[in-house]
Design a protein around this ligand. Structure first.
Ligand code: FES
Length: 316
């Protein structure tokens, strides 16, 4: 451990598990025990950016976390990548060291749930793999529904092969899983956990609300999409203008300008990165601010949210 918040990890192995999916096995660079992590936890890797600019920080869910054996991640190589997944797929080699945060968990299983309903889309399978291993061991009631495109269904079925049984279903095609019927069939006290494309998670949340599920029983994990129109962030107290590129988050642009600001999930969920806003038309993409807080226009979550106006003025 480099300090109480940062880990130095060594890549023990990095096999390709399917086209575009690489598994990373990370151990402590100094051979020590790693901090334990509950299912659903993630770490944030510091990765070099392609243009030699300030490093990228990407969050990945831990598929397995064992203090002795190490951490396992599965990373998809994405065309929309700003360089993080390309670096992991194309350049990272066994023996390399990499810096990471200690694990944080914003997507924990609810201990009072009568049953756990897990619904994943595509690479959203990663926290579910950790959940399934834990729930099987705990002999808890659960179901997992993995939704995948028809040509990738076999890949995700293979990842789930260590967990055979009727409780796990892979649905080939976005419309192959009847979300409304699935939610309607669950016993009272079930919690649903979703990870995958934002539209899928929005739809599940909307259906759950229509069926009268308490919002506290609906959980989601998303690491935000960065893309959008470029804009300028004016940092009023610092007296500088920061250009936010189309493939960059507001948080990354502020960090690149040399201004350190706290962050944790970097996906619009935890609230740690909240910044005061004084002017502009924000495009809120987070899941932290309430509707009333959004309407007040006083704050923004820079890890995911952007601007509809050409300039956004922040009171920092
Ligand atoms: S870092 Fe968690 S909401 Fe921005």
């Amino acid at each position: 451990m480099m300090d109480d918040r940062t880990l130095s990890l060594r890549v023990a192995a990095a096999p390709l598990v399917a086209t575009g999916l690489r598994r990373l096995h990370l151990v402590a660079a100094d051979g020590s025990r790693l901090p334990p992590a509950a299912p659903g936890a993630h770490i944030t890797l510091t990765l070099p950016s392609p243009a030699g600019a300030r490093p990228l920080r990407n969050s990945y869910t831990l598929v397995e976390a064992d203090p002795e054996r190490g951490y396992q991640l599965i990373v998809r190589r994405t065309d929309r990548s700003r360089g993080g997944s390309h670096h992991i797929h194309d350049r990272l080699q066994p023996g390399d060291t990499i810096e990471a945060t200690v694990p944080h968990n914003l997507f924990a299983l609810h201990s009072q749930a009568r049953k756990h309903l897990l619904i994943a889309g595509g690479i959203g399978i990663t926290p579910m793999l950790a959940f399934v291993a834990h729930l099987r061991e705990a002999r808890a009631a659960f179901e997992l529904h993995q939704i995948a495109s028809a040509d990738e269904a076999g890949v995700f079925a293979a990842l789930l092969a260590p967990h055979p049984g009727e409780r796990i279903q892979v649905h080939a095609g976005r419309d192959a899983c009847d979300i409304a019927a699935l939610l309607a069939a669950q016993p009272l006290g079930t919690h649903v956990y979703t990870c995958g494309p934002g539209a899928m998670m929005d739809r599940i949340a909307a259906v759950a609300a229509e069926l009268g599920w308490p919002a506290s029983h609906v959980h989601r994990e998303d690491f935000g999409a960065a893309g959008g129109e470029p804009f300028t962030a004016r940092l009023a107290r610092s007296g500088i203008d920061v250009a936010v590129a189309g493939d960059q988050t507001l948080l990354e642009a502020i960090e690149a300008a040399g201004i350190d600001t706290p962050s944790l999930c970097r996906g619009g969920a935890c609230g740690v990165c909240i910044l005061p806003l004084s002017e502009g038309d924000p495009e809120h993409r987070d899941h932290f601010l309430s509707e009333a807080e959004r309407a007040s226009g006083c704050h923004i979550m820079p890890c995911v949210s952007r601007s509809r106006s050409a300039t956004l003025v922040l009171d920092i």
